[in-house]
Design a protein around this ligand. Structure first.
Ligand code: GTP
Ligand code: NA
Ligand code: MG
Length: 465
């Protein structure tokens, strides 16, 4: 079927920005959930996905749309949450590479921070349109709460002092953006077609806690999608699918969270996945999604589907998917396809990563829960530690006895300091731990990435003393 403007897919929206600017809270506000408070240390460490139905977009913009009168034709919106912590450059990079449009969240009280700037440059580099959520307006002195209301209505009832603080902080943010080469303006102060046609980035003041401006940001994203991005949003039948996360779920076994941007994924499809041990071909046995307005990262009452039409986040069930790596593409073998060609294409990113491992085979083992976390660790060890810590082996998921045995060889190679496993956010079963003691292998574990760096750095310092 021809691609048409009448058949748009959901835009994929990514939320980026410095740590603790309120990305997850903003999503919680729209979802009416409380994901953020359940996170370890209140820090996001994974990419998440939430699907909002058209009806949700309509209700959540209803008040503002009384005046805007925008006719919404999108089937919904898929929003990807990303971590703001500096260690997760790769997840932000993946997020920004997967999306059609982005929300860059800036804390009104802090202005532009390190990872905001990093995100900004990622978006610019890829030419991704974005809006700025100037978040935490409720923290202006004496702010009068106008729960969930359009931002202009909320500003109308503030005192002069509060407005003055807001304006001065907003104007500081604009100057800082200008210093990064970004022209921006409060979105309603922009000329009528400014935000659809020019380089100007719209700023939407928001509060993720009291909800002011949330209507505005949603409606603006819909308007940008339909008016500016409709060409790239025309639905297309070719499958475009990426693995977000691989994880065990009680009662379901190993599941693979995927982002299907375009095309269909169907039960019974013969799909090719990327693993450290090479490509695997598996039949898709189940396709599950959380209910609309629920985060895929959080266990919920999943809905079973025969077919998934992009754009949508989906949990894929199949045999032998334990080792599938996050961040890699998924492809389906069609009737006219050569399986070998598809395998090579699916493996290409990992092949590139493996080329970066220590060439003399001396170095620590790094084990992580996802390819993104693994890449982040590898990058840190390469660039942030002096001298760089060599890595000889990498792995994803649970640490097994065989991994311990493999790295224990460093003791025989005369570099016992490398008989070490850095394990981020992965289980270490007791038998692996016991075996490690027997063969003199250290396992450092952490579920906050920089704690792991700290432990290992301390260990290396002790060694050199
Ligand atoms: P990372 O995922 O770790 O990068 O952080 P994040 O950007 O997702 O921020 P998060 O949602 O975890 O919020 C960080 C802190 O800021 C939490 O304590 C929130 O309650 C608070 N917060 C977020 N948004 C607002 C807001 O609009 N107003 C106020 N007052 N506090 C907020
Ligand atoms: Na946080
Ligand atoms: Mg977060």
């Amino acid at each position: 079927a021809a691609r048409t403007r009448d058949d748009l897919r959901c835009p994929v929206v990514v939320i980026m920005g410095h740590v603790d600017t309120g990305k997850t809270k903003l999503l919680d506000k729209i979802r009416k959930t409380n994901v953020q408070e359940g996170e370890a240390g209140g820090i996001t460490q994974q990419i998440g996905a939430t699907y909002f139905e058209k009806s949700t977009l309509l209700t959540q913009t209803a008040k503002l749309n009384e005046t805007e009168k925008f006719e919404l034709t999108l089937p919904g919106m898929l929003v990807i949450d990303t971590p703001g912590h500096e260690s997760f450059t790769n997840l932000r990079s993946r997020g920004s590479s997967l999306c059609d449009v982005a929300i860059l969240v800036v804390d009104l009280m802090h202005g532009l921070e390190q990872q905001t700037i990093e995100s900004l440059h990622m978006l610019r580099k890829r030419g991704t349109p974005f809006v700025i959520a100037l978040n935490k307006v409720d923290r202006c002195y004496n702010w009068v709460t106008c729960k969930d209301s359009p931002i202009r209505d909320a500003l109308k009832v503030q005192s002069d002092g509060t407005l003055q603080e807001f304006r001065s902080r907003a104007s500081d943010a604009k100057v800082q953006l200008q210093e990064q080469g970004v022209n921006s303006n409060i979105y309603w102060e922009m000329g009528d077609d400014d935000w659809t046609n020019s380089d100007f980035v719209p700023i939407v003041p928001t509060s993720a806690i009291t909800g002011e401006g949330v209507q505005d940001i949603l409606l603006l994203l819909c308007q940008i999608s339909e008016r500016k991005l409709w060409r790239q949003l025309m639905w297309c039948a070719n499958l475009q699918c990426t693995v977000l996360e691989v994880k065990a779920i009680d009662g379901l076994g190993m599941t693979v969270d995927c982002l299907v941007v375009n095309g269909y994924l169907r039960e019974g499809d013969k799909a090719v996945f990327c693993t450290l041990d090479g490509p695997i071909v598996a039949e898709i046995r189940g396709l599950l999604t959380p209910p609309p307005s629920r985060e895929m990262r959080i266990k919920s009452e999943y809905i079973h589907h025969k077919e998934i039409k992009g754009a949508l986040g989906v949990k894929v069930i199949g045999n032998g998917l334990e080792k599938v790596m996050a961040g890699t593409p998924v492809m389906v073998v069609g009737p006219d396809d050569e399986v070998e060609d598809i395998k090579a294409e699916v493996m290409s990113d990992l092949t590139r990563l493996q080329k970066k491992l220590s060439t003399d085979k001396k170095g620590v083992m790094v084990q992580a829960s996802t390819l993104g976390a693994l890449e982040a660790l590898l990058q840190f060890l390469r660039e942030e530690t002096k001298p760089p810590i060599p890595v000889s082996a990498i792995g994803i998921g649970t640490i097994h006895k065989r991994d311990v045995t493999k790295i224990s060889i460093m003791n025989e190679k005369g570099c016992p300091e490398y008989a070490t496993i850095l394990a981020f956010d992965v289980p270490v079963p007791r038998e692996a731990r016991e075996h490690a003691e027997e063969v003199n292998v250290r396992i450092f574990t952490a579920d906050i990435i920089y704690h792991l760096f700290d432990q290992f750095t301390r260990f290396m310092d002790e060694l050199s003393e």
